[in-house]
Design a protein around this ligand. Structure first.
Ligand SMILES: [Zn+2]
Length: 318
């Protein structure tokens, strides 16, 4: 397991890859800006191009994980200062309606956009495959169930590993998974696991106490422990993400979490893409209000002009 960085990383990786590996990428289903395009479309295309250049046929399977179990918005005492002591503001993306057409789910809308963009990889490299997978669709997989129940039962273990691997301060209590209230859809409450897989959930929002089998609930599941079942179920060899994640200590944290959770797969290699900066030279993000879109051709040109830069500034976006 190794981290690979930017263009040099692509060149180095291409030497060791067979071309048939399972690759992992992830996104929250509520937007698609140039930052997403860089990690989910441009970097896969650059990797495939490099393989082709050295006469290997790219036959990768790209797994695009749609994180509909992530929080609608972050809440917490101070999400900047304590990024690991967070909760969903109200619910998960799975329960959010599209702001334009309130009858539609926001996930249905953005999954279409994400799929249309990432399928460009298949268009340029016809032997590759792009699979779009919602977290919620993995609920009944035994590996997902095991990891989720373990996280609800023992958040302190997760916090301990994060604390060791990160340079950000942490508060004493943290939770990394909970049930969604079946009555009001709030992901704010106290969830307990009784016996093997019986869920008891007390909703803080509507005060309903719900009980039932694991499969009768949906969940909020924090992305760090959530990456483990994805890796194991889809036998992931390589993940592609941006350099900010490396700086957050994700590489070491994932390795330690995989050990703690007793995962069978070895931790995957990671290819780090640069961060795209939007207005005020801040990392582009829909939640930061500085999302911006340029065409794939222009983005690829910028990446070729700045092959090993940690940050790419989009002209005219500032
Ligand atoms: Zn409720």
């Amino acid at each position: 397991m190794k981290p690979y960085f930017f263009r040099d990383g692509i060149v180095e990786l291409s030497q060791v890859l067979r071309g048939t590996e399972n690759i992992y990428m992830g996104i929250r289903p509520y937007g698609f800006h140039t930052g997403n395009m860089c990690t989910l479309v441009a970097y896969p295309i650059l990797l495939c191009s490099e393989l082709k250049r050295i006469n290997k046929i790219p036959k990768f399977t790209f797994h695009v994980f749609i994180n509909d179990w992530e929080q609608d918005k972050l809440d917490g005492l101070d999400v900047e200062k304590y990024p690991y002591n967070i909760l969903p503001k109200f619910t998960t993306w799975q329960y959010v309606k599209d702001p334009i057409d309130k009858k539609r789910s926001i996930v249905d809308v953005w999954e279409k956009v994400i799929s249309a963009h990432t399928k460009l990889i298949e268009f340029y490299f016809p032997d590759t495959k792009v699979k779009i997978i919602r977290n919620s669709s993995m609920k009944m997989n035994p590996i997902m169930k095991k990891c989720l129940i373990k996280t609800i039962r023992n958040p302190a273990k997760v916090l301990q590993i994060i604390k060791k691997g990160s340079n950000k301060p942490t508060l004493k209590d943290a939770i990394f998974a909970s049930a969604v209230c079946p009555k009001c859809n709030a992901a704010r409450g106290v969830t307990r696991v009784k016996l093997e897989d019986h869920i008891v959930h007390n909703c803080i929002n509507c005060k309903t106490k719900s009980r039932g089998e694991y499969g009768n609930f949906d969940y909020w599941f924090y992305h760090k422990p959530l990456s483990l079942p994805r890796i194991e179920i889809y036998k992931i060899d390589l993940t592609i993400t941006n350099i900010n994640k490396y700086k957050e200590g994700n590489f070491t944290i994932r390795k330690e979490l995989m050990k703690q959770y007793g995962m069978k797969m070895p931790p995957p290699n990671t290819l780090y893409a640069p961060v795209i900066l939007g207005a005020n030279k801040k990392t582009m993000g829909k939640s930061k209000g500085n999302a911006f879109n340029i065409g794939l051709d222009q983005l690829l040109q910028l990446l070729n002009e700045n092959p090993n830069s940690e940050e790419i500034i989009i002209p005219n976006s500032l």
